[in-house]
Ligand binder design. Structure first.
Ligand code: NAP
Length: 280
């Protein structure tokens, strides 16, 4: 049993990770503005406040810090990602904690897939640039793992992207699904299990952790709309994107297969059951 501090416990990923982690470890999680009801003690924390981060971490003395805070949402997202990575890394070094940092396939331009762990970030937007900078900061901590993942979805709570589509369609607003953006959507349960496996093994450096099925954002979105039975879809169109967002960010998962015992099923495997999603 380890002492695990999870930042961003209120995130979509955190709300799945905290209960799983708390079942096997001593967990403390943080939130910023939205306090969820999860089975572990929590504290409000602004990860940009270096003093607050150091105070919390030196008082909890974690063996492992899992840094989730800092997604592509919020007006101050780039600052939260960069400053948060800095303050978490310094505090982790101070207490000698292992660090698991969540990164993204959006650090790539999408013109040189598939990307393995040696691929150098080529970000094309503010989120990708901030997450690439955060990776560079985290790499200064020798006992760290940078988890590069992809679109996160679950079967019990709707993911952010599907929720956005559902709201827009319900209001009759146009929704365009991009047919030429390739991703490896990851089932939140397998991502959480993989992150907790990494908390306890000795893997360091960068690790791609995503679903093993690469598919277009349009194909993924349509599967989610079917799963959540979202209708009507009269304002929905499928079309290629104009390249403002990365196109093909397919991740090479061979290192994950060698390092992890956690399976990383693709979307169709999860949706069909087969020991995963619906039957789990
Ligand atoms: N979702 C995806 O598809 C996806 C894909 C690839 C990588 N990732 C990565 O996975 C991680 C989790 O993503 P997510 O989508 O689950 O996140 P999310 O639901 O968008 O939540 C963002 C989290 O950041 C916290 N936060 C915002 N500003 C903060 C601040 N100043 N100080 C401390 N915490 C702050 C929020 O806290 P409050 O809500 O309490 O304010 C919340 O817990 C992120 O690192 C993201 O980059 C996500």
């Amino acid at each position: 049993m380890s002492r695990i501090l999870i930042t961003g416990g209120s995130s979509y990923l955190g709300q799945h990770l905290v209960p799983l982690a708390a079942a096997a470890h001593t967990v403390h999680y943080t939130y910023h503005q939205n306090q969820p009801d999860l089975p572990a003690p929590s504290s409000p924390l602004d990860v940009c406040d270096e003093t607050a981060v150091r105070t919390l971490i030196s008082s909890f003395q974690p063996d492992v810090i899992i840094h989730l805070a800092g997604s592509n949402r919020g007006h101050d997202m780039a600052a939260v990602i960069r400053l948060g990575a800095g303050s978490i890394v310094w505090a982790a070094q101070e207490v000698g904690a292992r660090l698991i940092h969540l990164s993204t396939d959006s650090i790539f331009a999408g013109d040189a897939a598939p990307y393995d762990e040696t691929a150098v970030p080529t970000p094309v937007n503010a989120y990708g640039r901030a997450k690439a900078d955060a990776e560079a900061i985290v790499r200064q901590h020798p006992n760290s793992v940078i988890v590069r993942t992809s679109l996160i979805y679950g079967l019990h709570a709707m993911d952010h992207g599907t929720q956005w589509m559902a709201d827009a369609l319900a209001q009759g607003q146009p929704v365009t699904l991009f047919s030429n953006q390739i991703r490896n959507p990851v089932w939140v349960n397998s991502l959480c299990t993989a992150v907790l496996e990494l908390a306890e093994n000795s893997c360091t450096g960068i690790l791609n952790v995503a679903g093993r099925q690469a598919l277009s954002r349009a194909d993924f979105a349509l599967r989610m709309l079917d799963y959540w039975q979202i209708q009507p879809r009269t304002t929905l169109t499928v079309a290629p994107s104009d390249g403002r967002w990365p196109l093909n960010c397919e991740l090479d998962l061979r290192r994950a297969a060698a390092v992890l015992s956690t399976p990383l099923p693709g979307v169709d495997e999860v949706l069909s059951g087969n020991g995963y999603g619906r039957s789990a």
